[in-house]
Every structure is written in C-alpha cells, then in structure tokens.
Design a protein. Structure first.
Length: 419
C-alpha cells in the first residue's frame, strides 16, 4: 500500500496521514474489485501503467466536501475589500478571481453571488474555477444543488439566485455565466500557465491534505498567481500554514485572509488608522444592495497598527489580549478568542473593542441575539465605534428593519467623515 500512497502523493500531493491510510486502503480495495483484480501487486502495476485507472483512483480518494458560503465571513470580506479597495482604484477593467480547488462549484458560485449582491456589475468580474476532479467539475457545470449544499442559517441568496428544480435548486444563468471552470492539478507545472494573475484567490481546504514540502510548493505557485496587492483566502485552520511561506494574515477576524509579505504596508503609528470609503462613486450606496452595504465596513488592518475606531481611546500596544483575540478569531479559534476578550475585560475593564469582538464571534456562530447584546454594549461605551455600527446595521437588515439599518449606516458614515 506504501507504493500507492507514494504515487498519490506524487500525483496529487495527497498526504495519506491527512485522510488516514485505512481510508486509502478501503478505496484501493474497492477499485481492485471494480477492475477485477485480487492481488495488490497486480493492481499497483496496473495503476502505474494505466493513466485512466490513476485518474479513477484520484477521483475516488478526493474529499469534495463543500457548501455555499462556507464559513460565511470570507465572502463578506471579499465584497468589502473589492468595494473599498479594488473598485476605488480600478474605474474600469475586469476584476480577476480564482477558486482553486472549486470542487462542485459552491465556492466560486458563492463568490459570484456575493459580488453581484454587493452591486458589482457582471461585466466587471470573472471567476476562474479549477479542480483536479472531472466528476466535481461536471457537477459544478450542471449547477443543480440539493439541501446538503445549503448549510448556513442565512439562505436568502437561494431565493435570489436559484429556481426550484426537481428535488433541488438550479442556479440562475446570471451567476453561472460569471464562472469559467477548468480541470487542473495545482501541482502540475502548467496548471493555470498563461492564465495571468489574480486580484483575489480562494484556495481553501486543500493545503490541509498536503505535507509541508507540497504546501510550500503550492504556496509558491499561489504567490506567483496573485497580484502584489492581491488577497489570498485559505481555510480557517490553514492560516497558520501560510505564515512562514511568504504570506501574512491581514487579521480580519474569521476571514483567514492573507497578503504577500512583500506587499504589506509598514505598520502605521497608533491612531493613524486609514478609513477607506466603502465604495466608489459608481457604486453609490443607492446602487448597492443591502448585502453590499452590510459588507462595507473597512477591513481591520493589522491589529498592532490600529485603534478600534476613530473615537476610541483604547491603547493597544502589540501583544495585548485584544490583538491576540482578533488573531484567534481570524483563525477560527472562537472559544479562545472569547476567553481572551473576557480576560481583557476582567483586567482592564470594559472596552468597546472587546465587546465588538465578542459580538463578532457570536455573530459568526449564528447567535444574533447575543451578538446584538454585545454590539449594544460596545456602542454604549463608544457611540462612534464604526465597525460596531456597521455590524449592527447588518443585523438590522437581516431582521428586516431597513429603517434601523439605514440610520445605523448614516451614523457610521458620519463617523467616517469626521475621522
Ligand atoms: C474539500 S474540497 C474544497 C472545496 C472548496 N475550496 C471549499 O473550501 O469548500 C477539496 C477539493 O480539492 C480538490 N483537489 C485535491 N487535490 C487537488 C490538486 N492537486 N489540484 C487541484 N484540486 C485538488 C478535490 O478534488 C476537492 O474537490
């Protein structure tokens, strides 16, 4: 079995330990049965000599698990960054995005739905989507999804972008047309050769299946494919893997987003937080859908370089609990982030930033009532806490309180203008 594990590692980067040797061995047995072979040596030889069988084995071992808006926050942050950074610096031209691996399509389609809902016109962006699995790609192109693909609590996007069809939901052509699917093995030298470079790359839940040398190779490739100013989104547990490989977290809680180290700005002095306008003139708030407005709060810059909001007096020298809490939240370690915020409150007393982070974590967990309680506490301590105002606006929109959301957006806008 070692020889087969070695072949899989060489071919597709799979580290047998990541899914377990027993699962590989079960899959091999089932392939042997399918091929009518009873001896492992015979199957191993057949596998080495027959590319079609190697592809069939790869198909059988890949983990295609995915769903729409998986982890939610990366898609929210994508829209926020596109509107606040890309749109403002690109009055024309096409935003280029990549989803690799895209599996059965839920990830790239979520990127497209989020951007369309955010008000970005269809002709301003294109998503390339790549996966090693032909079966996954066929299914992605059919774009017919059943309930397993819709797992989050918020599913309003389904009403906007899908039509009920047989026992599932068929994605509208307006979203499908934004994606270009192609088969590719990220380890192949010619994968995405000549495709140009991308503004935003999603490479989530792939690195975890690779050993460290393969991770390094893949990250080098992603570094070459990503623009200097671009952002790479990885899976929540993969953020620590990229740290030593030329990328650094941009420390936006729960987004697992990073930039190439060489492109990161020098840390700014405390109190010099840049507040970007949420969107360009061509995407005025009126033309932006509720989702975009709710997504338009500025990204948290590296915690060591920020104040929590224009009016907050909180001092955060590097290494404080709140910086660490934001980092842990960013890595998806929500319970630890909560613990640090609570410690901070015990030691330093209540601060708006601590309550804001607690709210954000509860929000990510889907507990909107508790999240709103924390946001209210944050605003009690600092009525001008921009990020909290924007999060509260999002919650109001979700509850259908459009008027409340509008007032909160206005308040947030005034904070930005005064900053
Ligand atoms: C768990 S899914 C992740 C899908 C999506 N990015 C997400 O996070 O929901 C992993 C996908 O990686 C693909 N894959 C595995 N090895 C690959 C490789 N060497 N090159 C390209 N895709 C690969 C598999 O076919 C599978 O569809």
């Amino acid at each position: 079995m070692h020889q087969i594990e070695h072949l899989l590692r060489r071919t597709m980067g799979l580290d047998a330990a990541s899914i377990g040797s027993s699962l590989i061995s079960q899959t091999v047995r089932s392939r042997m049965q399918h091929c009518g072979l009873t001896k492992l040596e015979d199957y191993t030889r057949f596998l080495h000599e027959t590319p079609a069988e190697l592809s069939a084995l790869v198909e059988a071992v890949v983990v295609k698990e995915t769903w729409f808006f998986r982890d939610k926050e990366p898609f929210t942050v994508l829209v926020r960054l596109v509107l606040s950074e890309w749109v403002t610096t690109h009055p024309d031209g096409t935003l280029r995005l990549l989803s690799i691996p895209c599996s059965t399509g839920e990830e790239p389609y979520s990127m497209a739905m989020a951007l369309l809902d955010g008000g970005l016109p269809a002709d301003r962006f294109q998503v390339d989507a790549v996966d090693i699995s032909s079966h996954a790609l066929e299914s992605a192109q059919c774009a017919l999804y059943r309930k397993n693909s819709f797992r989050g609590q918020t599913r309003d996007y389904r009403e906007r972008h899908f039509q009920p069809f047989e026992d599932g939901y068929l994605l509208n052509q307006s979203v499908r047309g934004q994606i270009r699917f192609q088969k590719g093995n990220i380890l192949d030298g010619d994968c995405l050769d000549g495709s140009g470079i991308y503004d935003y790359i999603f490479c989530r839940n792939l690195l975890i299946y690779f050993d460290p040398p393969t991770q390094e190779k893949v990250l080098q490739k992603l570094g070459r494919l990503l623009k200097k100013s671009g952002v790479l989104f990885v899976g929540p547990v993969e953020l620590t893997l990229v740290a030593s490989q030329g990328f650094a977290s941009v420390r936006i809680p729960m987004a697992a987003a990073c930039r190439k180290v060489a492109s990161l700005p020098e840390p700014q002095a405390q109190g010099s937080r840049r507040h970007r306008k949420p969107a360009s003139k061509s995407l005025s708030p009126r033309s932006v859908s509720p989702l975009a407005k709710s997504n338009s709060r500025p990204a948290l810059p590296p915690a060591s370089a920020t104040k929590s909001s224009p009016s907050t007096s909180l001092k955060q020298p590097p290494g404080t609990e709140l910086e660490n809490a934001a980092r842990l939240a960013d890595e998806g370690r929500l319970a630890e982030a909560v613990q640090l915020c609570e410690n901070h409150i015990q030691i330093h007393g209540a601060t708006a930033q601590a309550y804001y982070l607690l709210g954000l974590v509860r929000d990510a967990e889907g507990n909107e009532t508790l999240a709103a309680d924390f946001y209210r506490k944050a605003l009690y301590l600092d009525p001008n806490h921009y990020d909290t105002l924007m999060q509260m606006a999002t919650l109001s929109e979700k509850k259908g309180d459009a008027n409340g959301a509008r007032l909160l957006h206005k308040r947030a806008q005034r904070v930005l203008e005064k900053a």
